[in-house]
Design a protein around this ligand. Structure first.
Ligand SMILES: [Zn+2]
Length: 77
């Protein structure tokens, strides 16, 4: 297994959170099992997890909780 981002081969198992934009709405999914790069923290998901994630955010769902989020704009120099 090679990291897509930095090319490292060291990984560890962890649960991560990801944000998705579904029809203009921001959705956060927590507790996703991933292999996380030891060097750059980029997560990799198995095909099964990726497919279940896709279904979870696109199918009708009841959120576990609602959060407020800060929105920042990246200003390129
Ligand atoms: Zn990496």
């Amino acid at each position: 297994m090679i990291c897509d981002v930095c090319g490292s081969t060291g990984f560890h198992s962890a649960e991560v959170a990801r944000t998705f934009t579904v029809e203009g709405k921001l959705v956060v999914v927590e507790g996703i099992p991933a292999e996380v790069c030891d060097r750059c923290d980029a997560p990799s998901f198995t095909a099964d997890v990726a497919e279940r994630l896709r279904r979870l955010v696109h199918e009708p769902h009841q959120p576990d909780r609602i959060i407020q989020a800060e929105v920042l704009h990246f200003h390129a120099a």
